[in-house]
Write a protein that binds this ligand. Structure first.
Ligand code: TRP
Length: 83
């Protein structure tokens, strides 16, 4: 069986469950900062990779996130109040 390299060009799929979900790319290296923010409306999908420039991805808002490690849902703060 072929061995899986860590972060070997794997894709992360993010599907927004509400308007205004932010998918934020954070830089690789000693300086960790935002380098890109993509806004998704409900139902929109972004397919992204970890790259030479991107070591982490932050999702703000309610979304379904599918990765090679499993699926997870991000939630929004105070979702019980502003629904
Ligand atoms: N130019 C960025 C890069 O190559 C584009 C990118 C890739 C990105 N993955 C991302 C932006 C995830 C936001 C989130 O790294």
């Amino acid at each position: 069986m072929e061995e899986k390299k860590a972060s070997a060009n794997e894709y992360v799929i993010i599907k927004a469950k509400q308007d205004g979900v932010n998918v934020i790319g954070l830089t690789r290296g000693s300086d960790t900062r935002f380098h890109h923010s993509e806004k998704l409306d409900k139902g929109e999908v972004m397919i992204a990779q970890f790259t030479e420039h991107t070591s982490a991805i932050k999702v703000r808002g309610e979304a379904l996130i599918k990765t090679a490690y499993g699926d997870i849902e991000s939630e929004r703060k105070n979702s019980h109040i502003d629904k």
